[in-house]
Write a protein that binds this ligand. Sequence first.
Ligand code: FPP
Ligand code: MG
Length: 328
Amino acid sequence: MRSSKATLPELLAPVAPGLERMRALLAAQIHEGSPAVRDMTDHVARFQGKQLRGALVLLTGEATGNTTDEHASVAAIVELIHLATLVHDDILDGAEVRRRVACVNQRWDNQIAVLLGDFLYARAFALSTQLSSRLCSRLLAETTRVLCVGEIEQSTRRYDFEMSPEEYEKIAGAKTASLYAAACELGARYPGGNLELGARMAEAGRALGLAFQIVDDCLDLTAREEELGKTVGTDVEDGKITLPVLLAYRAAPERTRDAIRDAYTRPDLADRRGALLEVCDVESGVLQAHARAKELVESALALVGTLPPSEARRSIERLFLFVLAREQ
Ligand code: FPP
Ligand code: MG
């Protein structure tokens, strides 16, 4: 697997005009005239992340020869849904910082964050009603259902060290990979298009999304907040047993297992992540989890490798490697 040293904007050059249109649409949808709300939507507009999901809609469209005037809108809708899920997720995680700015639940409160997430979600579906095909709203409504089920299942498995790596992947697949899969499927087949090609690209997106979540879970354990731009250690704080912890736990002797559970559950522990890193070999869990993420990226690359060679296909391949190597 060759790594790529290019920056993200360089990788996305083949779809730069589409991305510009996507960003203009996003800005228009996020904006709200009501003075009470404008401050909040201006704040959310500063949550400009990597926009990987929107970029994938455009790139898979280009790489499969399926480009329409509506792809930029589809990309904006996917990004709006992603943004809504993050605003809600930060409430669930009690997070303080996201994309280097205060989370909505922190700057205001949980009630405002629930409503603002709903606002963004409504805007996504309002935009989708303007499209000529219902495929986008149909697929994304189903994706949102799957994603919510994943979040609920994750919540029911908190503090559950008996969870298997397969069960972890099922949850991460639902809560994160489903939106990546939808982005790639929509790119390849919106407004209707080739079902088999759509399924193949969805599979690539699903593998990439799972790799993304695994890397994200490793970073929650190992990264520093200043570098990552978001609150770290929230998984341990919230009782989420992520793949690197699960793998370290399963390899540990009984005494270490007790200490791991203690780091998660002992009352009034100020720094649970610090305690966890002290009592067990988290590094080996991280290495094994990374190896799994690499395997998933390799399978995503193999699927994309079935497309005819093009600049867009090369960008997708480099984007996949970027996800694997990311440190923020
Ligand atoms: C990030 O996970 C969160 C998600 C991938 C999905 C969150 C989805 C919801 C809360 C449901 C929202 C529903 C609607 C209708 C908008 P993470 O906490 O592991 O990642 P993080 O480190 O970026 O917070
Ligand atoms: Mg979170």
